[in-house]
Design a binder for this molecule. Structure first.
Ligand SMILES: Cc1cc2nc3c(=O)[nH]c(=O)nc-3n(C[C@H](O)[C@H](O)[C@H](O)COP(=O)(O)O)c2cc1C
Length: 193
C-alpha cells in the first residue's frame, strides 16, 4: 500500500512557538505510523496581507502558488493553530486566503482544500488550549474552503508546561488523544487516496 503523504503546517513562526513544537511532534508521530511527512514553515512563504486590488494589480504571488502546490502534492494536511483573540492567527488566515484565491489552468475552485483530509490541533498557554482557534479554523476550512476536516481535534492547555524535555506531551491522556487523532488522519487519508 502506498504511504499517505501528509503536510504539517504550524500557524506560528515565533521563536519558541508551542505550535511549532506541536507540529514537530505531529511530524514525528505521523512518521511512526507510516506516513510520508513534509513539515513547512510560513517563514519560507512570506506573503503580503491579502487585498483584492493587490491581487488584481499584481497577480498571484509566487509564494501563494508555491504554497498551494505544496498542499496539493500531499494527500492530507495537519495544522497546529495558535489562538489570537479567540480565533486563528492572521498569519494562518492570510495564507489560507491567498491559497484559496490562487488558480491554475483547469483548477476547480478551492482545489487545494477539496479532495484531501485535514486535521487540526492547537496549543496555548491559556486554560482552553486554543480551542476557540480550532472552532474558527474548522469553520474557515470546512465552510469557507470546502475541506474535509476530521472531527477529532486536540487543544493543549498550559502549553508552556505541557511538553517534556524531549518535546513530547507530558499528560498521558492528552498524548493518547493526539496519537489517536493522527492515526485517524492517516486512516482517512488512505481512504481518499
Ligand atoms: C494578539 C494576541 C492575541 C492572543 N489571544 C489569545 C487568545 O485569545 N487565547 C489564548 O489562549 N491565547 C492568546 N494569545 C496568547 C497565545 O496563545 C500565545 O502567544 C501563544 O504562545 C501563541 O502560539 P505560539 O506559541 O505557537 O506562537 C494571544 C497572543 C497574542 C499575541
Amino acid at each position: 500500500m502506498p504511504m499517505p503523504k501528509i503536510l504539517v503546517i504550524p500557524g506560528s513562526t515565533r521563536t519558541g512557538s508551542h505550535n511549532v513544537k506541536l507540529a514537530a511532534l505531529a511530524a514525528k508521530e505521523l512518521t511512526l505510523i507510516d506516513a510520508e511527512v513534509t513539515r513547512i514553515s510560513f517563514a519560507d512563504y512570506p506573503l503580503p496581507i491579502y487585498e483584492a486590488d493587490l491581487d488584481a494589480r499584481m497577480g498571484q504571488p509566487a509564494n501563494a502558488l508555491a504554497l498551494k502546490q505544496m498542499i496539493m502534492a500531499h494527500h492530507g494536511v495537519f495544522i497546529a493553530s495558535p489562538e489570537y483573540s479567540a480565533s486563528v492567527t492572521p498569519l494562518l488566515k492570510n495564507a489560507i486566503d491567498w491559497v484559496s484565491r490562487v488558480r491554475e489552468r483547469g483548477d476547480p475552485t478551492y482545489a487545494a482544500f477539496k479532495g484531501r483530509v485535514f486535521a487540526i490541533a492547537s496549543a496555548s498557554p491559556g486554560r482552553a488550549g486554543g480551542l476557540r482557534s480550532l472552532m474558527a479554523l474548522r469553520q474557515i476550512l470546512e465552510l469557507g474552503c470546502g475541506a474535509f476536516v476530521i472531527p477529532e481535534q486536540v487543544a493543549i492547555p498550559n502549553a508552556d508546561q505541557a511538553f517534556d524535555e524531549m518535546d513530547d506531551i507530558i499528560d498521558t491522556g492528552t498524548a493518547n488523544l493526539f496519537r489517536a487523532e493522527l492515526q485517524r488522519l492517516v486512516d482517512m487519508t488512505r481512504l481518499m487516496m
